[in-house]
Design a binder for this molecule. Structure first.
Ligand code: NAD
Ligand code: TDX
Length: 328
C-alpha cells in the first residue's frame, strides 16, 4: 500500500511515520509537508521520503495523490494561541488545503483518512457528567477549532455528495516526543529545564484529556484497517487532568517545589474542559490504548525532552519571546 502522509514532518505525523515503519513494514510512505515554523524536518529524519510543498498547491497535490492508494491527512495549523494572533494561515491551510486534497482524492478515487480534533465539539463544564461522542453537535470556540470543524464538514459533504471513500477521527490532546515547545507540556518541561517557571493560564483548572501520541496513531491505523467510509471515530484514552496537576507532576519529577509556577493571563475564549468517550472505536474496531498510564507516559516524555535538548533548543527563545509579548 502506498500512503501519502500530509504533515508527516510535524509532531503527530512524524510519530505516525515512525510507528508505521516499526509496525507496518509492507507500507510505502511519502510525506508532503511545507516545513512551516512547526517543523524543520528533523523529527522525520530519513524515515520516509519528504516532498516539501503546500497542501493548497493543487498541481502538486494532484500528482502525489495520483501516485497513492491512501492519503492520511495530518497537515494543519495547530496552535490555538497562534490562531488568536493571526487566523489567516488557519483558514488557508485547514480549510482551503483540505478542500484541495478532497478534490484530488475525488479525481483519482483514492481513499482519505482525515485527522481532526475533539475541539470541534466546543467545551464541557468541569462537573458535566457527559463526555464528547460521535453524535455531539459541533460547537467550536477558536479560529483553530472552527477551521478544523470546517474541514471535517467538507470531508463529510464530499463523502455524501461525491461518494469519495473517507474516514474521520477526532482525538483528544496528544503528548509525547517531538511536540513543539509552544504546546503546553513541552513548554512547561523546557521552562523548568531552562531554570524558569511553568506558566499556567487563568486559574490553571482547565481540564484536558491526554493521550500518548502512539495511541492516537494506533487508533488511526485501526480505522484505516477496519473503519467504515463516511464514519467518524473519537480517539481518547480516559486521561483527564487539570493543567495545574500536570504542572505539579512536571515540577515534582524535575526536583522542584510543586508550587513553583506562575499564573499568567488567560487565553481569550479558553475552552474549560475536553473529555472523550471512545466506546465506538473500542467496541466496533477493538482498539485499546497501549499507554493508558498518563503519569508514566509523562515521566517518559520529560526524560525525552531532557535527553533531546538539541531538538527543541533552536525553537525555545523565539517561542518564549512570542508569549512574552502577550503577557503569557
Ligand atoms: P504540528 O503543528 O506539530 O504539525 C503540523 C505539520 O503540518 C507541520 O509539519 C507543518 O509543517 C505542516 N503543515 C502546516 N501547514 C501546511 C501546509 N499548508 N502544507 C503542508 N504542510 C503543512 O501539528 P500536530 O500536533 O502534529 O497535529 C497534526 C494533526 O492532528 C492536525 O490536523 C491537528 O489538528 C490534529 N490533532 C492534533 C492534536 C494534538 O494534541 N496535537 C489532537 C487532535 C488532533
Ligand atoms: O503555556 C501554557 N499554559 C497553559 O496553561 C500553554 C501553552 C497552554 N496552557 C493551557 C491551555 C490549555 O488549557 O494548557 C492547555 C493545553 O494547551 P495547548 O497545548 O495549547 O493545547 P490545546 O489548546 O488544548 O489544543 C491541543 O489539543 C487539541 C492542540 O494544540 C490542538 O492542535 C489539538 O487539536
Amino acid at each position: 500500500m502506498r500512503v501519502l502522509v500530509t504533515g508527516g514532518a510535524g509532531f503527530i505525523g512524524a510519530n505516525f511515520v515512525h510507528w508505521t515503519r516499526s509496525n507496518r513494514p509492507d507500507v510505502e510512505l511519502t510525506v508532503l509537508d511545507a516545513l512551516t515554523y512547526a517543523s524543520d524536518g528533523s523529527s522525520l529524519g530519513d524515515a520516509a521520503p519528504l516532498v516539501r510543498g503546500d497542501i493548497s498547491d493543487a498541481a502538486l497535490v494532484d500528482r502525489l495523490v495520483g501516485e497513492s492508494d491512501l492519503v492520511v491527512h495530518f497537515a494543519a495549523e495547530t496552535h490555538n494561541d497562534n490562531s488568536l494572533s493571526d487566523p489567516s494561515p488557519f483558514v488557508q491551510t485547514n480549510v482551503v488545503g483540505t478542500f484541495t486534497i478532497l478534490e484530488a482524492v475525488r479525481r483519482h478515487g483514492v481513499r482519505l483518512h482525515h485527522v481532526s480534533t475533539d475541539e470541534v465539539y466546543g467545551d464541557l463544564e468541569l462537573d458535566d457528567p457527559e463526555r464528547f461522542s460521535e453524535t455531539t453537535p459541533y460547537n467550536p470556540s477558536s479560529p483553530y477549532s472552527s477551521t478544523k470543524a470546517a474541514s471535517d464538514l467538507l470531508v463529510r459533504a464530499w463523502v455524501r455528495s461525491f461518494g469519495i471513500t473517507a474516514t474521520l477521527s477526532n482525538c483528544s490532546n496528544n503528548y509525547g516526543p517531538y511536540q513543539h515547545v509552544e504546546k503546553f507540556i513541552p513548554r512547561q518541561i523546557t521552562n523548568v529545564l531552562d531554570g524558569g517557571r511553568p506558566k499556567l493560564y487563568g486559574d490553571g483548572l482547565n481540564v484536558r484529556d491526554w493521550i500518548h501520541v502512539d495511541d492516537h496513531n494506533s487508533g488511526v491505523w485501526a480505522i484505516i484497517d477496519k473503519g467504515r467510509s463516511g464514519e467518524t471515530y473519537l480517539i481518547g484514552a480516559d486521561g483527564e487532568e487539570t493543567n495545574r496537576a500536570v504542572v505539579e507532576a512536571i515540577l515534582r519529577e524535575l526536583g522542584q517545589p510543586e508550587d513553583a509556577y506562575d499564573l499568567v493571563r488567560d487565553r481569550p475564549g479558553h475552552d474549560r474542559r475536553y473529555a472523550i468517550d471512545s466506546t465506538k472505536l473500542r467496541t466496533e474496531l477493538g482498539w485499546v490504548p497501549e499507554y493508558p498510564d498518563f503519569a508514566a507516559g509523562l515521566k517518559a516524555t520529560i526524560a525525552w525532552y531532557r535527553e533531546n535538548e538539541a531538538w527543541w533548543r533552536p525553537q525555545k527563545a523565539a517561542t518564549e519571546a512570542k508569549y512574552a509579548k502577550v503577557g503569557q
